[in-house]
Design a protein around this ligand. Structure first.
Ligand code: TMP
Ligand code: MG
Length: 215
């Protein structure tokens, strides 16, 4: 019955542990969609450019200490401060490719020992992604990749726990069909092909659906 040609953009999220190829694939997808003529924007969390993001950066680079709950809430606030812009873009028809989001927020904080349900509370009501592309890689493999060990959370034992916590979040998700788990050990090109297929499908299928909120 709805003959409107209005199309909203898709919220495509990349999640996973450190050094699993999220940024590489998110950037490749961004370039691909742009060349194909899609209205598309790239977003990365933490967004280190805002005042909150600068505090997060100081924490991650070990230049500032913060209570575990305080930093958790700052990561969450860093998403909230971007919501109005993201919402406007999506409603205006722009697809947003997001590198990390609330699932990282909960997984990393809960892996430090904070209560998982407490961790989820501050993200309730954020926009819900249309798809979560989860880059799954064994910690042995991610550790071999360049740069591992530079920032606060880049430690093998901790990443192992984070990976398990991500799996738990997927399991607990009311709509776990949202999660597309990819074997991140595959070649960059092979992964890109799968991600393009998933993304074009989502862009097409969510264009007439209302935006959803996380609950
Ligand atoms: P990045 O390496 O993708 O820039 O992310 C920086 C680190 O911050 C990474 O180890 C994951 C962690 N993180 C959280 O702990 N909570 C969050 O909410 C986000 C978005 C990232
Ligand atoms: Mg990192």
């Amino acid at each position: 019955t709805n003959t409107s040609t209005y199309k909203r953009g898709a919220f495509i999220l990349f999640e996973g542990c450190d050094r699993t190829g999220k940024s590489t694939q998110a950037n490749k997808l961004f370039e691909y969609l742009q060349i194909k003529g899609h209205a598309v924007k790239f977003w990365k969390f933490p967004d280190r450019t805002t005042p909150i993001g600068q505090t997060i950066n100081a924490y991650l680079t070990n230049n500032q200490e913060l209570d575990d709950k305080a930093i958790h809430l700052l990561f969450s606030a860093n998403r909230w401060e971007c919501m109005p812009k993201m919402k406007n873009l999506l409603l205006g028809g722009t697809t947003i490719i997001v590198d990390r989001y609330a699932y990282s927020g909960v997984s990393y904080s809960a892996s430090k020992g904070l209560d998982l349900n407490w961790c989820r509370c501050s993200d309730i009501g954020l926009l819900r992604p249309d798809v979560i592309i989860f880059m799954d890689l064994s910690t042995e493999e991610s550790e071999k990749r360049g740069g591992f060990g530079e920032e606060r959370y880049e430690k093998k034992d901790f990443q192992e726990i984070v990976r398990k916590t991500f799996a738990l979040l997927k399991e607990k998700d009311d709509d776990d069909s949202l999660w597309k788990v990819l074997d991140a050990k595959q070649s960059v090109e092979r992964l890109h092909e799968q991600i393009v297929e998933i993304s074009l499908d989502i862009i097409e299928n969510c264009s007439q659906l209302p935006l959803k909120e996380d609950n």
